[in-house]
Design a protein around this ligand. Structure first.
Ligand code: CUA
Length: 351
């Protein structure tokens, strides 16, 4: 018993033409839809442009493949479905079609090699080092990010918020103090794991002034979702101001004439991301990773509040454990900011 020779009939050729027309229309609709969908948040870096273009190219080539396969499957289910009386019949034994198999192997192989090569070129360009890059060290810690800069004199200082200027490459060196985190600014379009014991890095050239969320993209514990900060993309002049303001040696803030107004405690509370973990009615925050400040600080004095910020594990609120609150706020907040924050919490908690 040999296999039947499958020959095309006028009917099968007409089915094939129908299939191709439906597939073509569906592919065009799929690509148009894929390009119309606004997939990503605002894009704020030069690298982001290349990455968004790569995304669009991937849509253009991959959507038709997906759509064509689905169209063939659905068309065959409909066109060649079993009809009454077909129950005991079997289809002709088909032993392959060499021409078709070569086509459906070669086209995806060529597409894959081409898209991989293009992706590699984009990655290489995006990672290209600029000798003039600014270095920022990013440290992840349950459950906050801290950003370390060097001032013009080479002294390192820390900031709870990320500031980067437009028009200049920034090299982030990413580290972790405890578990694996992942440093991600969606508007920058790049992210990288923060792994204990090693340095990872990524480079971006910010181009659009604005404020963008910094998030953690690796499940790292109970406060993972609250491990957020703000990336400020500012003009080079504003960035210079930030470096000079924050980089000033301790104790000199008060002498800054003109711009030396006392910091606002509520702003410090928000900027340092306290509300990500703590509920505080006055600031409108509801974080539940750490104690409710209206409860635990209501009957406490300023000295206790300051100690709880600078040395959080010294006395732990009931129901919470040591090591949850980051211990570096004594360094990342400047003395005037710490004072303002303590004063603010003393005034508003439990009221
Ligand atoms: Cu850190 Cu998730």
């Amino acid at each position: 018993m040999g296999s039947e020779e499958i020959t095309s009939t006028p009917e099968s050729r007409s089915h094939f033409r129908q299939l191709m027309v439906i597939g073509l229309i569906a592919s065009i609709l799929g690509v148009v839809l894929g390009l119309l969908i606004d997939w990503w948040p605002t894009q704020a870096t030069e690298e982001g442009e290349r990455i968004d273009t790569l995304w669009d190219v991937l849509i253009i080539f991959s959507v038709p493949v997906f759509v064509l396969v689905q169209v063939v499957v659905l068309y065959c289910v409909w066109r060649y479905r079993m009809r009454p009386g077909d129950e005991l019949r079997d289809g002709p034994p088909i032993h392959g079609n060499t021409k078709l198999e070569i086509i459906w192997t070669a086209i995806p192989a060529i597409l894959l090699v081409a898209l991989c090569s293009y992706s590699y070129v984009v990655l290489r360009d995006v990672e290209e080092a600029d000798a003039n890059a600014i270095g920022v060290r990013v440290v992840g810690q349950q459950f906050t990010w801290t950003f370390y800069y060097k001032d013009p004199s080479g002294r390192t200082f820390a900031s709870p918020q990320l500031y980067v200027p437009t028009g200049r490459q920034v090299k982030f060196t990413v580290q972790s103090d405890d578990v694996i985190h992942d440093f991600w600014v969606p508007a920058f379009r790049l992210k990288i794991d923060a792994v204990p014991g090693i340095n990872t890095s990524l480079r971006v050239t910010p181009k659009t002034v604005g404020e963008y969320p910094v998030v953690c993209a690796e499940l790292c514990g109970i406060g993972h979702a609250a491990m957020r900060q703000t990336a400020h993309v500012v003009t080079p002049e504003e960035y210079q101001g930030f470096i000079e303001r924050r980089g000033r040696p301790e104790g000199q803030e008060a002498e800054a004439g003109g711009g030396g107004a006392a910091p606002d405690g509520k702003a410090v509370f928000n900027d340092a991301g306290c509300g990500g973990c703590h509920a505080l009615a006055d600031a409108g925050t509801t974080g539940g990773t750490g104690p409710d400040l209206d409860e635990v600080l209501a009957d406490q004095d300023a000295a206790f509040i300051e100690e709880s910020i600078v040395d959080p594990d010294k006395e732990i609120a009931q129901g919470f454990s040591a090591g949850i609150m980051p211990g570096q706020f004594g360094q990342t907040l400047q003395p005037a900011e710490l004072d303002a924050l303590v004063k603010y919490l003393d005034e508003v908690s439990g009221k």
